[in-house]
Design a protein around this ligand. Sequence first.
Ligand code: BTN
Length: 251
Amino acid sequence: MEGTPLFTGMNVIELDETDSTNTYAKKLLESEKPMEGTVVITHHQTKGRGQQGNVWHTEKGKNLTCSYIFYPVFLGADKHFYLNMVVSLAVKEVCEVFLEDEVKVKWPNDVYFGKSKIAGILIENSISGSSVITSIAGIGINVNQENFDESLPNPSSLSLLAGREIPVGEVLQQLSTYLEKYYLQLRKGNFHFLQRAYTEALFRYNQTAYFKRGEQTFKGEVAGIARDGKLLIHSNGKELRFTMQEIQFVI
Ligand code: BTN
């Protein structure tokens, strides 16, 4: 169990309803500079945004939908993927607290228990010159939702998997704690620690798996990530590198 956070989640902006907590945080940053670690949370997100322009659906009052604001000005723009590692590792650990079992990070930042997606992350950074200036870490964790849209591939929730209802506030508290733990590692420049932890947490790491690239399916092994965050796959004796748009896991 980690200690109480010093700044992450100390300032909470709680909204009954908003379109997207990421959008709210973005607008807020245009007019003021809330303290680092400020979290925007809503009970009803009406236009949740996901990765690659997808929509993030969530049932009113059932799940955690929030966005944390950080100012990682110490981080070079070329290292922005470390923010994905920080947030993914934190969400993975939070889910493990409630599931008492191992949770994985499907590259780049989907959080999976077995074959089920239980959380998603949308990080939006602003960059100036060679540094990251602001980072909005949008996190959606399926907490107590039991029914999901049929179009979604293998969704689940903490309560479905744990077999009990889980207070959303408890999940938020844990999330602030673990985010701070990993963010402070980043601030200290512990890049190797983060890269190792993230690599070891990867879904299908070192396992033979199938991937889809366009219409083509191929076999390979997740070998880790490159410095720029690309996924490394060993296939047919070669090391291949992919961006998020270029590859899909076959689950
Ligand atoms: C994904 O898996 O595609 C990422 C989903 C991210 C959803 C969260 S919910 C809180 C925050 N606000 C948003 O509009 N999106 C993120």
